[in-house]
Design a protein around this ligand. Structure first.
Ligand code: BGC
Length: 761
């Protein structure tokens, strides 16, 4: 077993954390979390657990937060605020080692060595520890854990333990810990448990098998309780105890469905092939993913590592075979944001999936198609037409943003994003269009995508109201900059809305030409008449954008330019976010921006910034931004890279990378997956200048002088293309599929199998 417990030797693939501290433990657990889009598991220690909370004098913080998640398992827990939340399932990795009646715990004795490693290449968490007990017995452990990428319902844990003493009474207990609060057990058998969420009536079944070998001989466990195994033996110094546990998980949406037979069948299948085969299949699946999505940078080891880390978590977050779930703001790595899905998914994550893993992108967009009814009712509730997606979404597509949260002073603060942050509808439309342009997945466009485009456009046309000035206004919104609430005519929202309506008109034309029957059927279904389409054209012509044609500058929202000027740079060294330092009122009355807003618009719709427009707006808004959100720096990096400001781009990329790679306490609630998606975008859409929505595969690289090469692959309309950017040239190679055109910095050439193309830069 020992050989599989060793990490990949090739440099740059393994992240290491040494030691244990209650203050950083929870961030380590997020950072090294495992996931496969169906299951998630934080990297808590399985043996010799530490405390759960750090708490003294009323100060409470997570210490260790051992959590396992199943995608889509939302319940309405009995908590304040009352919103659906992802409920944790039984923690199946727990091991207790009891030596001469004394349990091994972090607090007692001495940890001589404790190391966790995330082996990104193999998608496994490796741990090594040496613990000397107060009785001076030294126990040494090596562990491997994985959530299979080859069979998403399977998890594996291997642990090898060696003691340095004879004649110790050893007891090893392997159990399934408690499921989340509010999960009631409905079935508990020897190797199988099933739990139901109290509110939503979903059921999760978990089946487990465990074995122990002592110096190669199989030992018999006691089974005092379902899903619990106990082995007792008398130690010999140097004797090798090898523990292996397999788990199989199944979810059912309704309590009438019983997922237990599925979990049991998966477990039987897994145990019959054995853990070596499970591990091998998992490693091959990771290999295949790295082959499609790996990025190689020569000349920047730090960002190379950061991009691998980003791709590791992005790959761990998605599941192409479940289109009823999407990715929450912390993926399946922590409890923050309750597992809710935001614009993060469409704007920060989708480009990655569209470019390197289109099957995952499709499933994520189908989740938005299936939740269209929720978006329609949200629009109706607000007095509008079409589909207004919820700002925060869980499983049903209803709005799940809490109405209030507790502020730093313990007083409730009203949350307005759920009522006013409407740009999400255009963000979903944007991702739909980009996916279709890049993949040419006509079935998706015809059967799902077009309907999303039309319904979101319809929402915007009803939302943008004609006023006495002859223009159409979108009032009472929150843009990406959430420091300013209830604003009018947010440029990001309005320009994206206009784009959304224009795009829907184009989509309808394309539908009529390509699939006239479907176009008719959809118009009938949506009762979309010519008069309404005329109104859409009118909206496109008359929506206020905030652009001053004389200066090329957009006003972030009506009145932004007249707010108080503030030197944001004076506040960057504060440990607290600027809105906490200067207070809500002063924040709202100042030109201080939470995150990329107009800057995000430059990234998404560069055509709306002709001439020097992008430069002018970036230079104006960048100094005003306080980067109060983990989404911000990456978007600035992407735009700076497009402007050729590579030092600024690299600085922002490093800032984004440090969010989860350094042990920032905010990582405790899970990795900031949108920041990681943004980091990928900064490299591929920013530095390499990949355009996913062009007529051909388009690139326009601006390689930083510090980098020698940047190599990666993308999928483009059914072809896999390998790309390598170096200083004088870009090389494109067709890895799979038919010949195709490639455009680099405006020059188009035809790429055929077996003949790589070179473009001079
Ligand atoms: C950001 C939002 C983001 C959310 C979830 C907020 O702090 O301002 O843009 O969607 O976090 O990541």
């Amino acid at each position: 077993m020992l050989e599989v417990l060793r990490p990949t030797q090739e440099p740059g693939w393994v992240l290491t954390h040494e030691g244990y501290s209650v203050l950083t433990e929870s961030a380590v657990e997020s950072r090294f979390a495992l996931g496969n889009g169906f299951l998630g598991m934080r990297a808590a220690r399985s043996t010799g657990r530490g405390p759960t909370w750090v708490s003294w004098l009323g100060y409470i913080r997570w210490a260790s937060w051992p959590r396992c998640y199943v995608a889509g398992l939302f319940d309405m827990p009995n908590t304040e605020p009352p919103v659906p939340a992802l409920v944790p399932v039984a923690d199946w990795s727990r091991i207790r080692l009891i030596l001469d009646g004394e349990p091994l715990v972090v607090r007692e004795g001495e940890i001589l060595h404790g190391m966790r490693r995330l082996d990104m290449r193999r998608g496994v968490l490796l741990s090594e520890w040496t613990h000397r007990t107060p009785a001076q017995v030294t126990a040494k452990g090596h562990e491997l854990r994985l959530l299979s990428l080859a069979d998403r319902s399977v998890g594996l844990q291997l642990q090898q333990i060696v003691l340095d003493r004879d004649d110790i009474d050893v007891r090893l207990e392997a159990s399934f810990g408690l499921a989340g609060v509010g999960m009631e057990p409905v079935r508990l058998e020897n190797d199988l448990g099933a739990w139901r969420t109290e509110g939503t009536g979903k059921v999760v079944a978990m089946a487990g098998a465990a074995s122990l070998h002592l110096d190669g001989a199989l030992a018999d466990p006691e089974r005092p309780f379902p899903l619990r195994w106990i082995w007792r033996w008398r130690s010999k110094a140097g004797q090798v105890a090898q523990f292996a546990r397999l788990v199989a998980v199944a979810r059912a949406e309704r309590s009438e469905e019983d997922p237990a037979p599925r979990a049991a069948a998966t477990l039987t299948r897994s145990t019959s092939v054995g853990w070596r085969a499970i591990l091998k299949a998992h490693e091959s699946a990771w290999d295949a993913h790295w082959s499609d999505s790996g990025i190689v940078i020569d000349g920047d080891d730090d960002l190379q590592r950061a991009l691998r880390f980003a791709v590791y978590h992005l790959t761990s977050a998605a599941n192409p075979s479940d289109d009823r779930v999407s990715i929450g703001a912390r993926a399946l790595t922590g409890d923050a944001y309750f597992g809710h899905v935001f614009w993060d998914t469409e704007i920060y994550l989708l480009p990655f999936y569209t470019a390197v893993w289109p099957e995952a992108a499709r499933a994520l967009l189908m989740y938005r198609f299936h939740t269209l009814p929720g978006a329609r009712s949200k629009a109706t509730l607000g007095g509008w037409r079409g589909a207004l997606y919820p700002w925060e979404s869980a499983d049903t597509g209803e709005e799940t943003t809490p109405d209030s949260v507790l502020g730093p002073d313990g007083k409730p603060i009203e949350i307005l994003t759920g009522k006013m942050e409407h740009h999400i509808s255009a963000d979903v439309a944007y991702a739909v269009w980009q996916y279709w342009r890049a993949t040419g997945d006509d079935d998706f466009f015809r059967d799902a995508g077009a309907e999303i485009l039309l319904e979101t456009a319809r929402f915007w046309a009803s939302r943008a109201v004609a006023e006495a000035d002859g223009r159409r206004h979108i009032r009472h919104v929150i843009g990406p900059d959430e420091y300013h609430e209830d604003v009018d005519d947010n440029a990001f929202t309005n320009v994206m809305a206009r784009w959304n309506i224009g795009c829907a008109l184009e989509a309808l034309d394309l539908l009529r030409k390509g699939w006239p029957d479907r176009a008719e059927a959809l118009r009938d279904k949506l009762a979309l008449d010519d008069q309404e389409l005329d109104d859409w054209r009118d909206a496109v012509a008359r929506i206020v954008t905030g652009l001053d044609p004389a200066t090329g500058l957009y006003e972030q929202f009506a009145g932004f330019h007249s707010l108080k000027q503030l030197n944001v740079a004076d506040y960057v060294d504060h440990a607290l976010p600027i809105d906490v330092v200067i207070g809500r009122e002063q924040t709202q009355s100042s030109q201080v921006i939470k995150q990329a807003d107009v800057v995000a618009l430059i990234a998404l719709l560069p055509q709306e910034f002709p001439g020097q427009g992008a430069e002018i707006n970036f230079r104006h808004y960048e100094p005003r931004c306080a980067h109060g959100s983990s989404l911000s720096a990456a978007m600035h990096a992407r735009v700076a890279a497009r402007l050729g400001a590579s030092d600024t781009a690299l600085r922002y990329m490093r800032e984004t990378a440090s969010l989860d790679l350094d042990l920032d306490p905010n990582s405790a609630g899970g990795v900031r997956i949108a920041g990681l998606g943004g980091l990928w975008q900064a490299a591929i859409l920013g530095i390499a200048g990949l355009n996913l929505a062009g007529d051909t595969l388009e690139l326009d690289p601006k390689l930083p002088p510090q980098w020698d090469t940047l190599s990666f692959k993308v999928w483009w309309r059914g072809r896999s293309v390998g790309l390598s950017v170096s200083r004088p040239m870009l090389e494109a190679r067709l890895m799979a599929g038919d010949g195709m055109d490639v455009t680099v910095a405006g020059v188009t050439q035809h790429l055929t199998p077996g003949s790589p193309l070179r473009f001079e830069l």
